[in-house]
Write a protein that binds this ligand. Structure first.
Ligand code: PMP
Length: 426
């Protein structure tokens, strides 16, 4: 039954039952953490062999001695593997150091300082800079644009991707909009997969800014929770056909394939964009860590090696998502108007939507009894969810039993907060 159908007395009764359960859970002295999308130790163990690779005496990749300086674009062996997974030519992918977030930061800072190949001037010399942010989205993306003083405009992320009517309108009419964040596959935090139609519209739409860019963050490109892998659209070809060859800057990494923090990141884009990027990185570094790249190439073997490795991750991660879903259903399922949540087929997150105005209180209640959640609002630019409705849940890191308990607490807190708000509103 929906809370709004309850009488004041029934609501009061429910609230005191929930408050008693809350107090009992509080007595357990919990200390659980669902804040960040980190791999669990068991997932990291899957890549333990990487620590002994490439191994003493194995330091040649073709003619390249990986121990030495140079090779700014990264090792062809590893680029070929990622290119196959992305469905692009190997010469359209470069391999870099450990974090795709660093590539994204570079892409924007190089654009600010020097402009892109299509810019009339460095972005820092533009009177105003704006950026589209599908919401809910990834807080660290928003952190980059905020740090660089780029005004963020939220656009709603619907089932098949961003609201394209709004995106097309804004991008076509406002030349100060220089770009857009996108996580096209198993989006953080909603798990959304962009539809073919959305991708095609993004590739084809006209932009008032000649140097409009889409940062196409494919962080979860192979991170399936099912037996199947998602289809990966070839955005560069689509955009080039529409006359926008430099529009997409696609990034990904092995952070959640091998070691978060010690993986390899990748950039895929047009030849012109890659040359532009490498021209700037060639000034700030004499080359990436090719030893780690060779270790990864040896570890995976080929693209199929990556896929089978990801299926091992799935065996560890999928049960946690199932347990999370079951716990939320147990707590909130009978009150289906109270909350809804995503049931992603991949990625690292669940997006929990609670009644308007109760996300902050839900997070506070959970924290009080030892369950740490990402702050409400963090999936929005400037940390401001205008409806105070979304909570990002990250079930990968804790052991399965802890996920169950933590999600039970989240469900209870969401219901308690909703009850109190409904009673206050009576
Ligand atoms: N993009 C998205 C959408 C992510 O969720 C994450 C990790 N949480 C990253 C990028 C970070 O990737 P990396 O470790 O390669 O910097």
């Amino acid at each position: 039954m929906a809370l709004s159908d309850l009488t004041a007395d029934d609501l009061g009764q429910l609230e005191s039952e929930l408050a008693a359960q809350y107090a009992a859970l509080g007595d357990r002295g919990l200390s659980l953490d669902l804040t960040r999308g980190k791999p669990s130790p068991e997932q990291l163990d899957l890549s333990e062999r990487l620590l002994s690779l490439p191994g003493e005496g194995d330091h040649k990749a073709g003619k390249t001695d990986v121990r030495n300086y140079g090779g700014g674009a990264g090792l062809p062996e590893l680029r070929a593997i990622m290119a196959e997974l992305l469905g692009v030519d190997a010469d359209r992918v470069i391999a870099q150091d450990n974090a795709s977030l660093s590539i994204m930061y570079d892409l924007l800072s190089f654009s600010m300082l020097f402009g892109t190949p299509d810019s009339e001037r460095p972005w820092k010399d533009e009177p105003k800079l704006r950026w589209l942010c599908p919401v809910p989205g990834y807080d660290r993306h928003f952190g980059i644009t905020e740090a660089l003083g780029i005004e963020m405009i939220p656009v709603s992320l619907d089932e098949g991707g961003p609201d394209m009517d709004e995106v097309e309108h804004l991008v076509a009419t406002d030349p100060s909009i220089k770009g857009m964040w996108c996580v096209p596959i198993y989006s953080n935090p909603t798990g959304t997969v962009y539809s073919d139609h959305t991708v095609s519209r993004l590739a084809r739409m006209s932009a008032a800014a000649p140097d409009f860019r889409v940062i196409w963050d494919n962080a979860y490109v192979v991170h399936t929770l099912t037996e199947d892998f998602p289809k990966v659209p070839d955005v560069d070809t689509l955009a080039a056909e529409a006359g926008h060859p430099n529009r997409f800057l696609q990034v990904c990494s092995t952070s959640k394939i091998t070691f978060a923090g010690a993986g390899v990141s990748f950039l895929s884009s047009s030849r012109e964009n890659l040359d532009w990027y490498l021209g700037h990185t060639g000034i700030r570094s004499i080359g990436p860590n090719k030893v780690n790249q060779l270790a990864h190439a040896r570890f995976f073997g080929d693209a199929e090696g990556v896929r089978s490795h990801m299926q091992k991750h799935r065996q560890i991660v999928a049960p946690k998502f199932e347990a999370a879903d079951a716990a939320l259903r147990r707590r909130l399922g009978g009150h289906d108007v109270v909350a809804r949540w995503s049931r992603p087929e991949g990625g690292y997150f669940i997006d929990l939507e609670v009644p308007d105005g109760t996300a902050t209180e839900t997070v506070r209640l959970a924290k009080e009894i030892g369950v740490a959640l990402t702050p409400a609002g963090s999936a929005y630019p400037y940390g401001q969810d205008p409806d105070d409705r979304h909570i990002r849940l990250a079930p990968t890191l804790p052991p399965l039993a802890e996920v169950e308990t933590a999600m039970d607490v989240v469900g209870l807190c969401a219901l308690l907060a909703a009850c109190r708000t409904a009673r206050d509103g009576m």
